[in-house]
Design a protein around this ligand. Structure first.
Ligand code: FES
Length: 171
C-alpha cells in the first residue's frame, strides 16, 4: 500500500505535508515533529506515527518512546476542549483541589478521561508554570488564574450551554 493512502480512515495527507516541510528530519527533531502532528490531528494516531516513521526512516521505537515519555503528547483521541488543571503545591494550598473537584463533578470525568460526547478532556499537571496566579487551570491554551470552584463551574456550564446551542443550530 502507498504511504500516501488513508490507513484505517486516518487521513495521512496532513502528516505527509508536515514531513515534507520539515525534511530532512533528524533524531533531534522528533519532539517538534510530534508537536506538529498532534496539532494537526488533536492527538497522535498510531497509524500516523507509523506512516511518518516509514516515510522518514526514523526508528518507530524511538519515536513512540518520545511520544509516551512526555506528558504533552497524547496517543488517544481527545475532546474538543482540553482542560488542564494544576495539582502543584502553590495551587493546592490556594484551593486548587476544590477547583479540580468542581470541574470533575461538572464534567462528570476524572483526570485522564474524556466526556462521552467528546467535548472535554481533563488532565492534571504537576505545575502549569504560573504559580503566582494560583490556583490555575488552562482551557484550550488560555490560562485562568486565581480560579475558584464557583468560577470554574460557571465557565464550564456556559461552554456546555454554548455547545448544546451549536448542536441544535447544526441539526
Ligand atoms: S503549582 Fe500551580 S501553576 Fe505552579
Amino acid at each position: 500500500m502507498s504511504i500516501t493512502q488513508t490507513v484505517e480512515s486516518v487521513d495521512l495527507a496532513p502528516a505527509m505535508r508536515i514531513v515534507e516541510e520539515m525534511s530532512p528530519l533528524s533524531h533531534g527533531e522528533i519532539i517538534p515533529l510530534l508537536q506538529r502532528l498532534q496539532e494537526a490531528y488533536g492527538y497522535l494516531p498510531r497509524d500516523v506515527v507509523l506512516a511518518v516513521c516509514e516515510e522518514t526512516g526514523l526508528p518507530a521505537s524511538r519515536v513512540f518512546g518520545v511520544a509516551t515519555f512526555y506528558s504533552q503528547f497524547c496517543m488517544e483521541p481527545r475532546g474538543k476542549h482540553l482542560v488542564r488543571c494544576c495539582r502543584g503545591t502553590a495551587c493546592h494550598v490556594r484551593g486548587g483541589n476544590r477547583v479540580l473537584d468542581t470541574i470533575e463533578k461538572t464534567l462528570g470525568i476524572t483526570d485522564g478521561e474524556t466526556t462521552k460526547d467528546m467535548l472535554f478532556s481533563l488532565e492534571t499537571v504537576a505545575c502549569l508554570g504560573a504559580c503566582a496566579l494560583a490556583p490555575v487551570m488552562v482551557l484550550d491554551r488560555i490560562y485562568y488564574g486565581k480560579m475558584t470552584a464557583r468560577r470554574s463551574e460557571l465557565l464550564f456550564k456556559e461552554i456546555m450551554l454554548e455547545e448544546s446551542c451549536i448542536r441544535v443550530f447544526v441539526l
